[in-house]
Design a protein around this ligand. Sequence first.
Ligand code: ADP
Ligand code: MG
Length: 352
Amino acid sequence: MSRSHVAEGLLPAEGDVPGSGDQPVLVVENLSVSFATPDGRVQAVRDVSFSVDGEEVLGIVGESGSGKSVTMMAVMGLLPKTATVTGSVRFRGQEILGLPEKELRRHRGNHVAMVFQDPLTSLNPVFTIGNQIAEAIRVHHDVSRREAMAKAVTLLELVGIANAGQRAHEYPHQFSGGMRQRAMIAMSISNDPDLLIADEPTTALDVTIQAQILEVLERAQAAVHSAIVLITHDLGVVAGMADRVLVMYAGRAVELGAVDDVFLHPRHPYTLGLLESLPRLDDDGQERLTPITGSPPSLLHPPAGCTFHPRCRFVRPMCGEVVPELRFVGGLGQRSACHYAEELQAVDQGRG
Ligand SMILES: Nc1ncnc2c1ncn2[C@@H]1O[C@H](COP(=O)(O)OP(=O)(O)O)[C@@H](O)[C@H]1O
Ligand SMILES: [Mg+2]
């Protein structure tokens, strides 16, 4: 099976994608999202900036509730009406925030696609898998039902569904969890997106299936030359697949850089804590992990200064007063939002 052949068959609209893969696909600047709730305003995302280059894989990691999904819902234009959004989200130069619903739908159909943790929420139980993918293709391409179905089958083959021609006629409940996620990935690339957002795509699956699904994502990416934003709470997933990583904590970006840099010499105490809480083997062969003490703050009343300071073992008085900026740390390619990032150098030797 030739990947380029599959991709060519799918890409009659490639001409509308301008420029080289070098220019960023996505630029997010000073994004803040809050929600009005009966208890008050939840500050889900605060002043987050990052970009994603063509064909790059950016991992976004952080504990549950850190604002990862809300950030990418803003990029999709899928936030509920109760959300207040400020800042800028530009997709290939076009501002997404404030676009009318009709244009947002076009943005989603043509440029971005999303794979969720649970494919059952996105697949319609009353239509066959093949039909759903074919319909997704027909919304944006002027092709016959037959042609669309043939492409759907090719896509299902690409994501590793055996006997795709027959299985295309089955319903979502006839697929296993892993197969459904494969089908979702097939659907997500059916309109040749520039950006694929995968939000905890393997979290609901067996460990044995997880690696397979990540491989399928990579194969899908190669077929359509898209960028990927991979959201996960699992650093292992990021290590295996991402080029760069954005670490989020309580709605803020706390560290951003190449995966190797961030993992080998973290420059934010929260990133360090995440790395230390990965299970690892001691000298005597015992599995050991050191969880971060305490729990994330309420986003109704986040702490002043650095949001991580109540849990930080390096905390000093300034941390509770001044919000640290995400800044380049001397001599390194990565950025950290810690007032004392340079001092984490002393921790590098003790790790690993
Ligand atoms: N529609 C909403 N209304 C109110 N609060 C929300 C809504 N959606 C998300 N939140 C809150 O925003 C915060 C960030 O959520 P989320 O982005 O889903 O976290 P993550 O994906 O990192 O686990 C959480 O505190 C969550 O409760
Ligand atoms: Mg989430």
